[in-house]
Design a protein around this ligand. Structure first.
Ligand code: ADP
Length: 337
């Protein structure tokens, strides 16, 4: 069992930067949880506090119910995978994998068995005698993962582990990490600034901004029912349309209305009843779909259209939306209403 619980956890760095401002979070055993948010929002600091690499300024951290505030990283039985691979360049893959066990004084026969087991899990069997410089980026990242796995820790922490990889490899490794989690059934805490990674990997996502948690929810819920404007704007590409009621032909009020581009239909010709009228500002063809930006009542909105949608800039178009899909936010606080 490996639950992780944060209670009002805080971090103020020397010099006075309040990086984490009272985060409370209960991570279940075997859960895959992502911390996501823009650069500088406190994700890595939160992860480092869990790992014990940074000292907390306040709050309580528990692993499996035991308070670990004053425990060293090693005592916490946690493994961390970083963005930089941090492999030992002079050791081959087998020795890199064996290193953490050697340090921990595990018997040689056990080390060999565990290295073989992890190598097979990650498809590294054929690479055991290579040095890191003889590996591709993806292979190196796999070795780094393997080095975290051999110790069989209670909790795995990942800090942007894929951000050094190219797009194709990133997608592939993302799938592998998800598979790995299914196989290990261990607790994973994963930091990323990439909304797609957070959405596809996680059981739940923690959205952070400026050191504070904005919302904790399963990916679908974050997308369908964002708690505030920040969360609404963070997930979704193209971004959610955030407009005044007037733009949608509704009476004025102190609210911001959110409408996802897939809930906005764009067309040419005679407008259907209750459609809005506007002009095309930009059409971006993405292959399977097009993103159509339309000027309407002094604001711009993006609609998703078919891949073959072709309308010249400036052409008149109509827009129709599904009123049931509108999200309403308080204009002052940004909170969902
Ligand atoms: P993220 O991982 O979301 O990009 P960080 O946790 O790295 O954010 O940083 C949160 C805030 O704390 C930022 O303002 C950053 O500049 C600051 N910070 C991070 N590490 C240190 C440090 N060692 N000393 C002082 N400030 C730091």
């Amino acid at each position: 069992m490996a639950t992780v619980s944060l209670e009002d956890v805080r971090k103020v760095y020397r010099g006075g930067v309040a990086a984490v401002k009272g985060v409370s979070l209960d991570i279940a055993d075997g859960e895959f949880i992502s911390l996501v948010g823009p650069s500088g929002c406190g994700k890595s600091t939160t992860l480092n506090l869990i790992a014990g690499l940074e000292e907390m300024s306040g709050g309580t951290l528990r692993i499996d119910g035991a308070v670990v505030n004053d425990m060293s990283p090693r005592e916490r039985d946690i493994a961390m995978v970083f963005q930089s691979y941090a492999l030992y360049p002079h050791l081959d893959v087998a020795r890199n994998l064996a290193f953490p066990l050697k340090v921990a004084g595990v018997a040689k026969a056990d080390i060999d068995a565990r290295v073989r087991e992890v190598a097979s899990l990650l498809g590294l069997e054929g690479l055991l005698s290579r040095k890191p410089k003889e590996l591709s980026g993806g292979q190196r990242q796999r070795v780094a993962l393997g080095r975290a796995l051999v110790r069989r820790p209670k909790v795995f922490l990942f800090d942007e582990p894929l951000s050094n990889l190219d797009a194709a490899l990133r997608t592939q490794m993302r799938g592998e990490i998800k598979k790995l989690h299914e196989q290990l059934k261990a607790t994973f805490v994963y930091v990323t600034h990439d909304q797609a990674e957070a959405m596809t990997l996680s059981d739940r996502v923690v959205v952070m901004n400026q050191g504070e948690v904005q919302q904790v929810a399963p990916p679908r819920e974050l997308y369908d029912a964002p708690a505030n404007l920040f969360v609404a704007g963070f997930f979704g590409a193209p971004r959610i349309n955030l407009v005044k009621p007037r733009t949608l032909g509704l009476p004025d009020a102190d609210v911001v209305l959110g409408l996802r581009p897939e809930h906005l239909e764009v067309g040419q010709g005679t407008p259907p009843p209750e459609a809005l009228e506007g002009h095309v500002y930009l059409v971006e063809s993405m292959g399977a779909e097009s993103w159509v930006t339309v000027d309407v009542a002094g604001e711009r909105m993006v609609a998703r259209a078919a891949g073959d949608f072709r309308v010249p800039t400036g052409a008149p178009v109509w827009l129709r939306y599904d009123a049931a899909k509108l999200r309403r936010f308080d204009a002052k606080s940004g909170r969902a209403l």
